[in-house]
Design a protein around this ligand. Structure first.
Ligand code: 4AD
Ligand code: MG
Length: 459
């Protein structure tokens, strides 16, 4: 690959042994009987210059086509790597006159590019994003692995709605024969396959709580599905969530510390190891809200209670487009305002009114109408993480679950608290929002290879 060729050449003096490079042509220049190509193969943001004489170049060579070239790689007088092509062939030509959406020397805005999701990875900016997404995912896992967490694969098909927000996608077999063969008299069609209703997971947390009560420190990282009718720049119907669950955790401060350390460490590792690629990407995209990540890495996060944050917003209520509603949480505008007021350093919001949060959160001992929940608000995206200490008092849980009619379907959730229970807590981090914040991606649809949002599920 071009990536390995670059590392090779810069670690050892250039040799004349021929190399074979396979990739896509990013630009073509002609000069004095010679052709100069910039070729990229996706392994790096760098392009390799290929020089060939006009006579060795096939007729159908153009911008956008795929090629194989071989010849010696040298350092040219401008100190750039250059492949002097002895052989060059076109693998797949690129018809620029017949619908290819990205023409040479033009830049296109993200919305235009998004119309061609299957060709989007050919753009320099999106292939760069994909590499950075890979590095960030690797670094998150690496951080947790090095800190004693065990990765657990939580299910995609599930019978619970963890967050209780009614935003589940319902799953049903699309096969009449199966339905008929499995049906028993009086059974609802929706429950035929699994003998109960099944959904795509909105969070793997409840399953992680099972695992934390045996493996202690666990995490999961996978696709999450939410049927939110939102086309905002921050919501997807399918996104990736990193979820962490830690056993023997009974203090909110400890949970905040885990979140803050993870975020700081992962950001600084990604920026240290991939600065060049990040700068390359940043030059190509324009996010007005892009924030200096150094700020997040170096400054301590702020902690506010829900009530304190509400008071701050009340004090500034004249500045908001929409009125502040006392009985509700924060709008995106409020979240971003709180972060801005803290000089773009993230803000933890703790101690939430119980009615705004799911059933599993631990009640606060000093004010029973509050729960020990946390939202982490960040620049660019507002809420990046949501977490809590989990309720482990069976009688409180049972009472809440009875009200929601969950005692039967979630009997196991009470069970794991009856046998060798321990306090636990954890959080979920929206991976695409993490990328948005770290890299300055203004629309979440440009942070995932195959975005799904209402009315859009192509491929
Ligand atoms: O705050 P949420 O809903 O938390 C949970 O699901 C907990 N059960 C996690 C846990 O404690 N294990 O979701 C966590 C994060 C949000 O803060 C947000 O960043 C992201 O997931 N998120 C979304 N990202 C993209 N599109 C959506 N529709 C999202 N909904 C939530
Ligand atoms: Mg949340």
């Amino acid at each position: 690959s071009i990536h390995s060729k670059i590392s090779e050449i810069f670690s050892a003096p250039p040799s004349n042994t021929p190399a074979v490079i396979k990739g896509w042509v990013k630009s073509v220049r002609k000069m004095k009987g010679m052709i100069f190509l910039d070729v990229n193969d996706g392994s790096t943001c760098h392009k390799l210059q290929i020089v060939a004489s006009k006579t060795t170049v096939p007729k159908n060579l153009s911008y956008g086509c795929s090629i194989v070239a071989s010849g010696p790689v040298i350092l040219n007088p401008q100190n750039q790597l250059e492949l002097r092509a002895e052989e060059l062939s076109v693998v797949g030509s690129c018809d620029l006159t017949n619908g290819y959406p990205f023409l040479p020397r033009k830049s296109y805005d993200a919305e235009y590019v998004r119309q061609y999701l299957h060709l989007r990875p050919r753009t320099n900016s999106f292939s760069s994003l994909l590499r950075l997404r890979h590095h960030a995912s690797w670094t998150l896992r690496q951080y947790l692995n090095m800190n004693g967490y065990i990765e657990v694969h939580t299910p995609v098909l599930t019978s619970n709605d963890c967050e209780g927000a009614g935003e589940t996608f319902f799953v049903k077999p699309n096969c009449k024969a199966t339905l008929e063969a499995m049906a028993s008299p009086g059974q609802s069609e929706d429950e035929v396959f699994f003998k109960r209703k099944a959904y795509l997971s909105v969070s793997g947390q409840l399953q992680l709580e099972i695992m934390a009560r045996s493996l202690s420190n666990v995490y999961s990282f996978g696709p999450i599905f939410r049927a939110e009718n939102s086309k905002s720049r921050l919501h997807l119907s399918e996104f990736y969530m990193l979820e962490v669950e830690k056993a023997f955790l009974d203090s909110m401060n400890e949970l905040l510390e885990i979140m803050e350390k993870l975020l700081k460490s992962v950001l600084s590792t990604v920026f240290e190891n991939h600065r060049e690629e990040i700068e390359h990407y940043r030059k190509m995209v324009n996010c007005a809200d892009y924030t200096d990540v150094e700020n997040i890495i170096s400054k301590p996060f702020q902690v506010l209670t829900f009530d304190e944050a509400k008071q701050i917003l009340r004090d500034h209520s004249g500045q908001f487009q929409e009125p502040l509603l006392e009985k509700e949480g924060f709008t995106k505008e409020h979240e971003l305002f709180l972060v801005k007021l803290n000089n773009n350093v993230p803000v933890f919001i703790v101690e939430w009114p119980a009615h705004m949060k799911p059933f599993y959160m631990k009640a606060s001992t000093h004010s029973p109408e509050k729960v020990l929940a946390v939202d982490l608000l960040c620049p660019v995206v507002g809420e990046l993480c949501g977490g809590s200490l989990r309720e482990d008092d069976c009688s409180i849980l049972e009472e809440r679950m009875q009200k929601l009619n969950l005692t039967e379907s979630l009997d196991w959730y009470l069970d794991i608290r009856k046998y060798g229970n321990v306090p636990s807590g954890g959080f979920g981090l929206g991976f695409e929002r993490f990328l948005q914040m770290a890299l300055g991606v203004s629309n979440i649809k440009d942070a995932i290879p195959f975005p799904r949002w209402p009315k859009n599920c192509k491929f």
